[in-house]
Structure formats: structure tokens, C-alpha cells
Design a protein around this ligand. Structure first.
Ligand SMILES: Cc1cc2nc3c(=O)[nH]c(=O)nc-3n(C[C@H](O)[C@H](O)[C@H](O)COP(=O)(O)O)c2cc1C
Length: 339
């Protein structure tokens, strides 16, 4: 077990907050493949305070597996009230979104817009920690404008406010999700902080995990898009994470041949033994407890396209998914193309 902000976790490989994807069903699937910590989709602090109807499904927990709830907002009072909300009491960690690049969020001063205001970051973290009485973590980007990293300054401000850990997705807001994650930036944050740093961005397989680990020396690793359709990656990377640096890298930082061969074998085995139908069934059954069937079917359409990625049926699944209207259709697509 490993300690992260006072919470005991079985793995340093985390599932990222992913709006539209890291729902309670997918979190349960990720957990079953060994993800050490899962994050909810981002939840509006104001929405929580105003009892927005959509919020309940976002904060539903199927089990007591370690899960952080991610809030977004920039008003310290609302963040404090939201963090104190009894409906969040079972989440051992509160994470604050300081990376969302979407215009609607950014123009309200939330998400990555906070990175222009380190003094406000400090206040927001302090207020959230006061409200929750629990560890508060933040998730940052490299900065707002490309080529102008400000993440170190923002991370230090968050720590002054009481942040217990920092996740770095080292892309700029301007890049949205394009270009590539520059993990030299993550490494510079790791050097500057005494609290744990979680590396996130473009970890999609064993090779990229080895690379990010070598560059950043991070305390944990967070998978977003790479885990979609491939939740078994948590198991593979968890096993590789158990290897020591000496077992993985040569003295000049290259990956040893035997580590690479072991990784290839784990990846091949995990992919070939993955039971898509079983994962989809579990996912759907959890979502049906919290969402109307039509919404569940819509959520699953996107997941099915990810499950089909890199299979010969990718296009056929995309076409079939477009016609899905209920969960029976979801299972029909799985049975026809993904079993
Ligand atoms: C569809 C989608 C939804 C996302 N939703 C969130 C979110 O709710 N909160 C957040 O902090 N980041 C969110 N992100 C960013 C991811 O958590 C992650 O930082 C980013 O995708 C980089 O990691 P990856 O390369 O492993 O995907 C989202 C990304 C995508 C693609």
C-alpha cells in the first residue's frame, strides 16, 4: 500500500477526472483493473450549492474504493460551502480543477483561468480545505499561453493555501488537448515541491509510462484518454510500477530490453484477455442506478467507440453506436462486434 495525502492506496496509477467519461460505472471498471485512485468528473461548486439536479449522478459512489471528488469554481466562499457539503463526506480527497480550458469555464474565471491569479489559487485552496477538513489537491496545466509556464508559481501558491498534492498536465490552455505534454515542466514542479506530484498527460502505454516516470520522478501517474476503452492498462502499469528504477532503466536512462519485453508481454496478455462484454455490463448496471436509460445509452455510445478503437470493427461500431437508443442496443453492439 502507498500513502497519498494520508489515504492508503494500492497503486500509484490513477484514473483522471474526465467529464463525460469518469462516471461511477467507468470508475468501478477502472478500480476492478487496479486503478489506485479515481476522480469524479468535474463538479461545479456553485451547482452543488444550488442543488443542481445533474450533480447527484456525478457524485454517486458505487463502492468505498478511494475516489477524489473534483470541484471547479473560483469563489472561495462557494468552494468552502461546497467542500463542507455532507453529500461529499465519503470522498477522502477533494481535488480542485485548475486546468479546464473550455471557454465557458475559462471566461467565468474558473478552471485554467485561475492560473493567471496565484493569489486567488491560495485563497481557493485554503477555503476548500477549511470547508472540508480533508486533504485538498489541485490539478494544474503548464500555464495559459504557450511557452509561458506558470505552473511552478501556481503550485507553490496552492501549497501555501494548504494543498496536499498537485497534479500536473503539462499542456498550456491554448493547446487544449493538442500538441504534446511537456513533462520537463512536470519535473520542474516536482523539484520545487515537498508535497506529492502526480504526472498526467499522454501516458497511453508502457513505453510512455516509462518515459514520464524517468523524466518526472513523480509520486503517482494519472491516465486519462489512454484508459478509455483499455481499463486493463491500470493492471499493466501497476505491475510495471512495482519494478525498481534499476530494473527498468540502464545507467544512461534507456529502458532495459528485459523490462521492455516484460511490458510487451503484459500489454499483449491484458489486451487479449480483456472481456469487453463483462466490463460494459458492469458499467451499464451501475449507470442505470443513477441515470435514465436513454442517458445511459448515450454515455455508453462514446465508451463503445473507445472499446472498438484499434480493432477491425472500429468503423462498424461507430456507425452502429450512432443508432443506439437503449441499453439493449448497447449490448447488441457489444455482442456483434466486441465479444
Ligand atoms: C473528454 C475529456 C474530459 C475531461 N474532463 C476533465 C475534468 O472534468 N477535470 C479535469 O481536471 N480534467 C479533465 N480532462 C483532462 C484530463 O483529466 C487530462 O488532464 C488530460 O486528458 C491529459 O491526460 P491524458 O493525456 O492522459 O488524457 C478531460 C479531458 C478530456 C479529453
Amino acid at each position: 500500500m502507498f500513502d497519498f495525502c494520508g489515504v492508503k492506496l494500492r497503486s500509484r496509477i490513477f484514473l483522471a477526472p474526465l467529464a463525460g467519461f469518469s462516471d461511477a460505472g467507468f470508475r468501478a471498471v477502472a478500480e476492478s483493473f487496479g486503478a489506485g485512485l479515481m476522480y469524479t468528473e468535474m463538479v461545479s461548486a456553485k451547482g452543488l450549492c444550488y442543488l443542481n439536479p445533474g450533480t447527484a449522478a456525478l457524485i454517486y459512489r458505487e463502492s468505498d474504493a478511494p475516489c477524489a471528488v473534483q470541484l471547479f469554481g473560483s469563489d472561495p466562499e462557494f468552494m468552502k460551502r461546497a467542500a463542507a457539503d455532507g453529500r461529499l463526506k465519503d470522498f477522502p480527497i477533494i481535488d480542485i480543477n485548475m486546468g479546464c480550458p473550455v471557454k465557458k469555464v475559462f471566461s467565468n474565471g474558473d478552471g485554467s483561468a485561475l492560473m493567471a491569479r496565484p493569489e486567488l489559487i491560495e485563497q481557493v485552496v485554503r477555503a476548500t480545505a477549511e470547508g472540508s477538513g480533508r486533504p485538498v489537491t489541485v490539478k494544474l496545466r503548464a500555464g495559459i499561453e504557450e511557452g509561458h509556464p506558470c505552473v511552478r508559481e501556481c503550485a507553490l501558491a496552492a501549497v501555501r493555501g494548504g494543498a496536499a498534492a498537485v497534479t500536473v498536465h503539462p499542456r498550456y490552455r491554448e493547446q487544449m488537448y493538442g500538441g504534446h505534454a511537456d513533462h520537463a515542466v512536470t519535473a520542474s514542479v516536482k523539484e520545487a515541491l515537498a508535497v506529492p506530484v502526480v504526472a498526467n498527460g499522454d501516458i497511453t502505454d508502457a513505453e510512455s509510462y516509462f518515459e514520464v516516470r524517468r523524466i518526472t520522478h513523480a509520486d503517482a501517474f494519472m491516465l486519462g484518454r489512454g484508459a478509455l476503452g483499455r481499463p486493463w492498462l491500470f493492471d499493466v502499469l501497476g505491475r510495471l510500477d512495482a519494478l525498481s528504477d534499476d530494473e527498468i532503466y540502464t545507467e544512461d536512462g534507456a529502458v532495459r530490453e528485459d523490462a521492455s519485453a516484460y511490458a510487451d508481454e503484459l500489454m499483449r496478455n491484458a489486451a487479449s484477455h480483456f472481456d469487453t462484454a463483462d466490463a460494459v455490463k458492469r458499467h451499464v448496471n451501475i449507470l442505470l442506478k443513477i441515470l435514465p436509460e436513454r442517458t445511459v445509452a448515450n454515455v455508453m455510445k462514446l465508451h463503445l467507440c473507445h472499446y472498438a478503437k484499434n480493432t477491425p470493427h472500429a468503423k462498424a461500431v461507430r456507425l452502429a453506436a450512432a443508432r443506439i437508443s437503449g441499453v439493449e442496443d448497447v449490448f447488441a453492439v457489444v455482442n456483434e462486434f466486441l465479444s
